[in-house]
Design a protein around this ligand. Structure first.
Ligand SMILES: Cc1ncc(C[n+]2csc(CCOP(=O)(O)OP(=O)(O)O)c2C)c(N)n1
Length: 571
């Protein structure tokens, strides 16, 4: 059989990855990765997409992985291209997403020799990948037995990270020329199906080796349960939350947790506001059970950190930041039995306060007098259709929505990049989600975050992805207004908050995407525009009237204090 050696190796790697569930690949252009591009494009089980810019590529792949729950392959050429993947690789690691990075490289004898587009790509992502394999493709011996050894070693590097854990895997492939798949440079004395049969048998053998260690029961005693962002959204997690609800345990639900959308009296959505008005409540809580990620807001985070907290993590999510070291990782195959430990009626008090907050917020935020970004969020979430998805950007957006908006009874999925809370790559990640879900996704993000990922607008337009982007334009990093640095005059304005004057209309229209602008203090019809325009991408700019917004927040805080005051004796 006449082959091109590079292509022979890469096409079998694509075959293996497909056997491990990878059905999507995102390709950035280059020359050294031609063997990889050819193998992915010619594999009938893999859907390929071209994304020119590697930073967007990797975040887009991350979005595909988040939405499909399956491994996604991303590939690029050698040099700085590999480094452009890094931010998304970190986010994938921290949110346990199976991104498979196939980077092309030049032969390692060219490293440190001044050769063009050659850097040291060895373990470039350090601790942010579950495995790294460096392969000198050009020195693989093409006998059947050597190839069997080569592929079995490679399969082992993939098997454990993808089956036992979940997170990024990096395979670096060093190629010599010829790179083109149909330029034959070798004649084998075996047939292709002999190699494929070996691969199939070896994978089947490894999968059979995985044993089920049975179900045992885990007794967890706690006063308070905190449900954090879930990056897997597994049925098992939902089941676990439902089993809690039959007990008198209060469940504080963060944005992005499946608990947040369940309509049940024991689920508290507004713990941050309650703690804000009754800081002493934190002293009443001595034991907490936390599911998945840590709280988004600092008040609940402090409560969790200062309690005797046990962290419950799906065993495939071991890369989630541990709350305390060592943290407890539970096998989700087990049955969990929850028991309420001594709580002096904590659940009753929290859920009563939560109800008061919910009703107060609903009246306040539905009143046009209080028009602001908060009323916009309220309208948006209450008007969003069942089954739709929302992506909330980082910074103030996620904090506001988490703090003030109810998701109760809403069958919607909320996505976030809270692994490391970067303000980069948010457009690309949510584009990947919309592409995978094949339906409109709404992304809400700040103006700096939008600017960071401007490049990805091209990808949206080119693929006609139905992403509806809402820019919360407060002209700079508004979050910093809430930090003590606000008062450090010589650095704050220019170097921390920044006050850019972006022309978002021109930027958006330059990519051929429609742009609509609204003022936050008017009784805007942004929501109806968002809902009605369902095809293709669109950008909606919400111009924040900062003085009005500050006044609305102040009034709301006073009102909440007033409404919660009668409960003080119970809290
Ligand atoms: C990649 C990256 N760079 C810098 C930061 C630090 N940072 C956190 S919030 C923020 C400002 C974000 O501004 P914007 O997107 O407009 O949101 P707003 O604060 O107005 O809600 C910055 C620079 C970050 N999180 N990620």
């Amino acid at each position: 059989m006449r082959i091109n050696k590079n292509y022979f190796i890469t096409s079998h790697i694509a075959y293996i990855l497909n056997r491990y569930g990878a059905e999507d690949a995102v390709i950035s252009p280059g020359s050294r990765n031609i063997p990889l591009i050819s193998a992915l494009v010619r594999n009938p089980g893999i859907r390929c997409r071209s994304v020119i810019d590697e930073r967007a590529n990797a975040f887009f792949g991350l979005g595909l992985a988040k939405a499909t729950g399956k491994p996604v392959i991303i590939t690029c050429t050698s040099g700085t291209a590999v480094a452009e993947f890094f931010p998304a690789v970190i986010e994938a690691f921290k949110t346990t997403q199976p991104l498979i990075i196939l980077s092309a490289d030049r032969p390692n004898y060219l490293r440190s020799s001044g050769a063009n587009q050659t850097i040291n790509q060895e373990n470039i992502y350090g601790n942010y990948v579950l495995s790294f394999t460096d392969t000198e493709v050009y020195s693989v011996e093409f006998s059947l037995s050597s190839l069997e050894k080569f592929f079995s070693d490679l399969i082992l590097e993939i098997h454990n990270p993808l089956r036992m854990r979940s997170g990024p895997v990096h395979i670096n492939l060093q190629f010599e020329k010829p790179l083109e798949p149909d330029t034959f440079d070798y004649e084998t004395d075996f047939e292709e199906n002999q190699v494929k049969d070996f691969i199939d048998n070896y994978i089947a053998y490894l999968k059979a080796e995985e044993y089920d260690n049975g179900r045992s029961s885990e007794l967890i005693e706690t006063q308070f349960f905190f449900a954090g962002i879930s990056y897997k959204n597994s049925d098992k997690e939902k089941e676990l939350i439902k089993s809690l609800l039959s007990k008198e345990i209060a469940v504080s639900a963060d944005i992005g947790s499946p608990a947040r959308t369940i309509a049940h009296n024991h689920i508290a959505e507004f713990t941050e506001i309650i703690l804000d008005h009754y800081p002493d409540l934190a002293n009443e809580v001595s034991s907490v059970c936390q599911l998945n990620s840590a709280p988004v807001n600092i008040k609940t985070l402090a409560l969790v950190e200062e309690s005797d907290t046990l962290q419950l993590i799906n065993d495939k999510g071991q890369n989630l930041s541990p709350l305390k070291i060592p943290h407890s990782i539970f096998d989700f195959n087990n049955n969990f039995v929850f028991r309420l430990s001594e709580s002096r009626g904590l659940a009753g008090v929290i859920t009563e306060a939560d109800k008061v907050v919910r009703e107060t917020l609903s009246d306040f935020l539905n009143d046009p007098v209080n028009s602001s970004e908060l009323t916009f969020y309220q309208k948006l979430i209450s008007g969003i259709s069942q089954g739709e998805s929302l992506f909330t950007g980082n910074s103030l957006t996620v904090r506001d929505i988490n703090k003030f908006i109810s998701f109760r009874g809403k069958d919607i999925r909320v996505y976030l990049n809270r692994g490391v809370s970067g303000i980069d790559g948010l457009i690309a990640t949510s584009s990947g989600i919309a592409e995978a879900e094949k339906k409109p996704v709404i992304l809400i993000l700040g103006d700096l975050s939008f600017y960071y990922d401007l490049n990805s607008l091209y990808l949206l337009k080119e693929r006609n992805i139905p992403l509806k982007i809402v820019i919360v334009n407060n002209r700079g990093g508004e979050i910093f207004e809430y930090l003590p640095v606000r008062n450090v005059d010589d650095i704050f304005g220019e170097y921390v908050r920044t006050k850019p004057d972006f022309n978002f209309r021109a930027m958006t229209e330059a990519f051929g995407i429609p742009h609509f602008a609204f003022d936050s203090d008017s009784d805007h019809d942004l929501n109806s525009a968002l809902v009605h325009d369902q095809s293709g991408p669109a950008v909606f700019e919400l111009n924040i009237q900062r003085e009005k917004s500050a006044a609305v927040r102040k009034n709301l805080r006073a009102l909440l204090g007033e409404k919660l005051a009668p409960l003080r004796h119970k809290l």
